[in-house]
Design a protein. Structure first.
Length: 175
């Protein structure tokens, strides 16, 4: 069942839309895609309840690397955005955090903790974990009304900002 979450910052949508800025929210099979206007165009953020059935645990990282980086292999047929070129897996990557950013150790520790919680889904197949995924830059718009997206590559990223994982879909200016 698709759902649209009502967020206080979305009250700005009619105002921003009147300025010609493409900002919208759409629900897709229990997930939510939020389109935020950014400096270089639209950013597509997917908020989804990640389940064990979507993750290929055998081929995913079990430990974070330098800067909190890790990768999960997702099963393309269970991912809510079409990815016709991805037969094997969609790689969900956690971006690297530079040790020079403010509060780097805490940001890296939070990423490592998220990986532990994601890996714990293997032991709880009916559990879900909400995550926010950045579909850019490997996404193209198939149609705007209704919004239909398609991945152009087999890579997506956990949303991050200044080295920290971002667990919401608010515009960067509202963080």
């Amino acid at each position: 069942m698709a759902s649209i979450r009502r967020c206080p910052y979305l009250r700005l949508i009619p105002v921003l839309a009147s300025l010609g800025l493409p900002i919208s929210v759409i629900g897709i099979a229990g997930t939510e895609i939020v389109v935020n206007r950014g400096r270089y165009g639209s950013y597509y953020h997917l908020q989804m309840e990640l389940k064990a059935e979507v993750i290929d645990f055998a081929r995913s990282d079990h430990l974070a690397r330098s800067g909190g980086q890790f990768e999960l292999r997702l099963i393309p047929q269970r991912f809510p955005v079409a990815a016709p070129q991805c037969r094997d897996a969609i790689i969900l990557r956690m971006p690297w955090t530079s040790p020079r950013v403010h509060d780097a150790k805490a940001k890296i520790a939070a990423k490592e903790e998220l990986l532990k919680r994601l890996l714990a889904l293997r032991q709880a197949p009916h559990a879900t974990l909400p995550v926010v995924i950045e579909l850019n830059p490997y996404v193209k718009v198939i149609s705007r009304a209704p919004l239909k997206l398609q991945l152009t590559q087999c890579n997506v990223f956990f949303r991050d900002n200044n080295g920290a994982y971002v667990d919401n879909t608010k515009p960067a200016s509202a963080q």
